[in-house]
Design a protein around this ligand. Structure first.
Ligand SMILES: [Zn+2]
Length: 175
């Protein structure tokens, strides 16, 4: 960040982020919220994904040229190199492909909830598309609401959405 408080150059006054989807400190977020990872809702590639979540839809970027689905979102198709893409709304149905149980040291907001689960979900619509998320006991339940020892690889889940601040996150609940 710029050291000159009067600087107006948007390049030097914009906080740098290392990840196009998740930034560690959302500008303007309250102190307690800055302990969490928030996505950049205006990101050129991932923005439509988050807009879909806000609308209650799990959307995936697809190639307009060859039809290949891709996740995470990116500017170019890895199959045919086309930069033309469109978004499709999925069924939101999935299966647990893998999971882990994070333990501290973690960011403060997450440390208080540990141990919790982080699941990788493969989509029924296209099993090559996988999402990283959390399995929760019910919509809006905490990310530690499911006993990690009860999670089974391959179990059926479907998406739900939880709004935190101005961001709507996809979560997963059992069928
Ligand atoms: Zn393509």
């Amino acid at each position: 960040m710029a050291t000159d408080p009067m600087a107006t150059d948007p390049i030097t006054t914009t906080p740098e982020t290392t990840d196009p989807i998740m930034s560690p400190d959302k500008p303007g977020a309250a102190a307690t919220e800055s302990q969490w990872l928030f996505p950049d809702l205006e990101d050129e590639d991932a923005g439509p994904f988050w807009q879909g979540c806000a609308a209650g839809e799990l959307r995936v970027q697809t190639c307009e040229h060859c039809g290949a689905w891709r996740m995470p979102p990116r500017p170019m198709c890895p199959q045919c190199r086309s930069i033309e893409s469109r978004w499709v709304t999925t069924s939101g149905q999935g299966r647990v492909w893998s999971f882990i149980v994070p333990h501290p040291p973690l960011l403060p907001g997450y440390s208080e909830l540990a141990p919790y689960n982080v699941v990788i979900i493969e989509l029924i619509d296209n099993p090559l598309i996988r999402f990283v998320g959390n399995l929760v006991a019910a919509p809006a339940a905490a990310i530690n609401s499911v006993d990690p020892t009860s999670i089974a690889i391959g179990e059926a889940v479907h998406v739900t959405f939880e709004k935190l601040d101005d961001v709507t996150f996809p979560r997963w609940i059992r069928q």
